[in-house]
Design a protein around this ligand. Structure first.
Ligand code: XMP
Length: 520
């Protein structure tokens, strides 16, 4: 019979995590220190499943999260991440009100049924409507027309919203109610998107379908382009990560905020998270450099008490005791990583932190017992690192990989004919000055006496998140194919490791050739 199973000869060399890491317990290891052994496989990379569960009510379709950093994740990044099946964590280096709007932008992004469409009234002038479009930068020009009681009176088509009609009233040029296509809210059924899709199939040339209640009050709007985008998504392998109401999912980070007396500001934290929950936030990350601390634990406890069902991420830790502590406080997913980040200097400045693979192993064992997820945060520079991280965690958090993307905050800078974007640590002086000092347990207005734990840097501009994620996902699927893993649980189960020598590392990268094109 062909050798499709393990051969005993392999066992002393390629060991599963519970043998390999304890056997290497005198030396902390990171991604490049190890490599994974292949196994007999019947799994084609393209058939592998990448969905992952971070909490009872938080699932991602790909195990990738963008960091809560002010040069990585605001609404544009979070939309792109969720649209690809992952998650973005909106950073907190901004006024609380602004963080609320960032979350709203993600939650209100295309989701099929627009529940609060922008409306106009019959008495308005077309000139006023044009001004509103200009001021609010709307990319559309068709609006439902409602009277003062919210009753539908017609549809203002984009064809008549033109400067030449500026002096006319909406009432003069609208498409009257009798000619507007509508559907009753109660007829939408369990799958409103399928219902709208059917309508547009049956009504060629009609691009808007309005939703009304029994009293003909406007309750929503479908547009054909949104429905088309969503139906295409349904056929994609990695579907967008959406909530039960078909909105893209979105996370937001908070810190263990203190008041003027240095005490945890419970009221402020609760009010802000309450407001985030009202905006539809799907997960809160209590993000600090030292998660195994009283402030973080108390914050998690307060939030768990007030929002029993809200998925909570907390961190960062690198010890089993840290995971146990945060899990007992009520966190669902724990961020693991102290000092591996590409812009981090914690290990240099504070002399602490653990190389990532050893930290992940130690944390993952207690996490499994506590039934919490592990998020591998920082230090990931290539898809192979993600595959290794996922053998011990449920998802990865990346900053540097996404910081050069179009969707990251900040402008593109040209230096010597090359394009870059700014990327900085949240513990850098510049970021702490804007507000992230609490994350590093530093005073709100750090002076030169405070030790920065991050640097300011540049990342080469690297195009869209779609493109970067396509490459990362291709790599993850390839790794899973080599291990015969159909899904992430099997990847964790099947992984066998061995150490890599410096010569082995040299062998792993292109060598002894003149490189014409990079792998990207
Ligand atoms: P990568 O390697 O993806 O790392 O760029 C991103 C992660 O690094 C953490 N982070 C920091 N760590 N000092 C640190 O020691 C910092 O200034 C800093 N800023 C971010 C964070 O966990 C992030 O997700």
């Amino acid at each position: 019979m062909a050798a499709t199973r393990n051969s005993g000869f392999d066992d002393p060399f390629y060991q599963p995590a519970d043998q390999f890491f304890p056997a290497n317990n005198k030396l902390a290891l990171t991604f490049d220190d190890v490599t994974l052994a292949t196994l007999f496989s019947e799994i084609l990379p393209r058939d592998t499943q990448l969905d992952t569960r971070l909490a009872e009510n938080l699932r991602l379709n790909i195990p990738v999260i963008s960091s809560d950093m002010d040069t990585v994740t605001e609404s544009r990044m979070a939309i792109a991440m969720a649209a690809n099946g992952g998650l973005g964590l909106i950073h907190y280096n901004m006024p609380e009100r602004q963080q609320l709007s960032e979350v709203s932008r993600v939650k209100n992004h295309v989701h099929g049924l627009i529940q609060e469409p922008i409306q106009v009234t019959p008495g308005q002038l077309i000139g006023d409507v044009l001004k509103m479009i200009e001021e609010r930068k709307f990319a559309f020009g068709t609006f439902p027309v409602v009277d003062e009681k919210g009753k539908l009176v017609g549809l203002l088509s984009g064809h008549v919203v033109k400067p030449r009609y500026a002096k006319r009233k909406v009432a003069e040029v609208l498409t009257p109610r009798a000619q507007v296509h509508t559907i009753r809210q109660k007829e939408l059924g369990k799958d409103p998107i399928a219902r709208a899709d059917k309508f547009f199939n049956e009504h060629p040339g009609i691009h808007k379908l309005l939703v009304v209640d029994d009293k003909d009050h406007l309750r929503g709007l479908f547009t054909m382009s949104d429905i088309e985008r969503i139906t295409q998504e349904r056929n994609a392998q990695f579907k967008p990560a959406r909530d039960a109401h078909f909105h893209l999912i979105c996370g937001a980070a908070v810190s263990a905020t203190r008041n003027a007396f240095g005490e945890l500001d419970r009221e402020r934290i609760l009010n802000h998270v309450g407001a985030l929950v009202e905006r539809g936030v799907d997960v809160i990350a209590v993000s600090t450099a030292h998660g195994h601390s009283k402030g973080v634990g108390d914050t998690v406890r307060v939030l768990r008490g007030a929002f029993p069902k809200l998925p909570l991420i907390a961190g960062n830790v690198t010890s089993a005791a840290g995971v146990e502590y945060l899990a007992d406080c009520g966190a669902n997913a724990i961020k693991v990583g102290q000092g591996p980040g590409s812009i981090c200097t914690t290990r240099i400045v504070a002399g602490v932190g653990i190389p990532q693979m050893t930290a992940l192993y130690v944390c993952s064992r207690v996490a499994a017992r506590k039934k919490v997820a592990i998020l591998a945060d920082g230090g990931i520079t290539k898809s192979g690192d993600i595959v290794k991280a996922l053998t011990l965690s449920q998802a990865v958090i990346c900053g540097g990989i996404f910081a050069g993307c179009n969707e990251a905050p900040g402008e593109v800078i040209e230096i010597g004919g090359k394009l870059y974007k700014q990327y900085r640590g949240m513990g850098s002086f510049a970021a702490m000055k804007v507000g992230s000092a609490a994350r590093y347990g530093q005073p709100a207005n750090p002076t030169q006496k405070v030790a920065a734990e991050g640097i300011e840097a540049l990342k080469e501009a690297c195009g869209s998140v779609d493109r970067v994620l396509a490459q990362l996902i291709g790599g993850i699927q390839s790794g899973m194919g080599y291990l015969g893993a159909a899904d992430l649980a099997q990847l964790r189960d099947k992984a066998r490791y061995t150490r890599v020598s410096p010569a082995g590392m040299k062998e792993a990268a292109p060598h002894d050739v003149v490189e014409l094109k990079t792998g990207n």
